[in-house]
Ligand binder design. Sequence first.
Ligand SMILES: Cc1cc2nc3c(=O)[nH]c(=O)nc-3n(C[C@H](O)[C@H](O)[C@H](O)COP(=O)(O)OP(=O)(O)OC[C@H]3O[C@@H](n4cnc5c(N)ncnc54)[C@H](O)[C@@H]3O)c2cc1C
Length: 415
Amino acid sequence: MNREYDVAIIGGGIAGSALAVALADEGARVLVAERAEEFKDRVRGEWLAPWGAAEARMLELSPVLEEAGAHALPYNISRSGKPRALRTAQGDVPLAFHHVQLQEALLRAARDRGVAVERPVVVDDLRGGARPGFRISRDGLSCQIDARLVVGAEGRSSLVRRLLKRPDYEHRSERLLAGVRVSGLGGPEDTGHFLIREDAEGLAMVYPQGDGYGRAYVVLPGSTAGDFRGEAGFRRFVDFSIESGISPEVMANVEAEGPLAAFRSSDRWLKTPYRDGLAVVGDAAGVSDPTWGMGISLALRDARTMATALRESEDPQFAAARYARLRDRYYEVIRTIENWQSDLLFTPGPAAAERRRHAVAGWSEDGSRVPDLNGVGPDLDISEGARMRFFGEDRYGASVPMARPIGTRLLGMTG
Ligand SMILES: Cc1cc2nc3c(=O)[nH]c(=O)nc-3n(C[C@H](O)[C@H](O)[C@H](O)COP(=O)(O)OP(=O)(O)OC[C@H]3O[C@@H](n4cnc5c(N)ncnc54)[C@H](O)[C@@H]3O)c2cc1C
């Protein structure tokens, strides 16, 4: 049996479902093929930056986020220890939610708009070309899918990205980010916490989701994935959060409500994520260091960029090539600023500490030296001048030579 679509999407995560909703709103015939029968907590992002909330608003997804229980977090406590408002110029504030609930709500919204959602299915026999497509199978039955464009939205283990024959880059870090969903959170429910320890010795974050639930993360220097196993791993996680400055009122009574897992805080991306009828969006196109919480915002930006390009062109393959060029640019902005922040704030040692002192002195005099990654995101300036202002090099000179601990490297070509 053969079925035909305008766009066939593999993966019903936030990137795939948001794109499906946007395309269905334009009247396109869309399929989403998802392998999971039900979504489980895989320890993923649950904090949406203000610029990502603006992306969701522009995609007209705000009601879906509301249905998924999105919780506004207009304030954030960081290095000053005082709550500070986070927002875009248009007033969008950060949102926190349970990732699984948002995935379910988005996929339901796609189905309600006429998207064919096939779940659970196995996808294979993937092909590009003028008439790209793949096969889906369930319970011994198979069906051939033909489309004008195939989009891989299958996250880090994307099948489509492997066929693209594009350069595959990594900016590797030695940091591990561990996260867990918790209940029993105390303290104000409208305030997130993002506390980097003095001398770059780790980080603790907490994002309440209402009713005492929330997502907590730590970067514990020198830790391995094994350090977070079992009850002892969870206790270590909670103790480290409190030592790092999260108030005991917030953390003292928390319990784990899901798996505690750790992931390397690296960036990994494809250059120009489209080729020959096959495109990738979201984490499949490029994972950004989860420390900075930009992945979901990027996934929504991808959905909006791809949907806009498809609306503006008769030829889906031309549209996808345009999406890929734009994606290269905005992903580079996000990654560059994340890398500046990581270099400055997570490099240990006395030389790095002096460099931080210079930078922070400049920020205290003139707050515009710090790029507003959360509020402005991909539209920021990443020129050499902006970099020098961030590091304070225009004032103090580049007197403290910093070797990047680990730089960007080409892993090879996919496919
Ligand atoms: C520890 C951690 C913390 C993070 N914190 C934040 C944060 O606070 N804020 C933020 O914005 N981002 C954060 N991120 C990043 C964010 O979670 C991701 O960028 C986002 O989930 C990417 O969504 P996606 O839809 O591209 O991929 P995924 O969420 O991975 O979804 C992929 C979907 O495809 C399906 N799939 C996979 N393979 C196949 C296949 N072969 N066939 C069919 N279906 C398939 C999967 O079942 C899944 O439903 C964090 C990530 C990590 C690891």
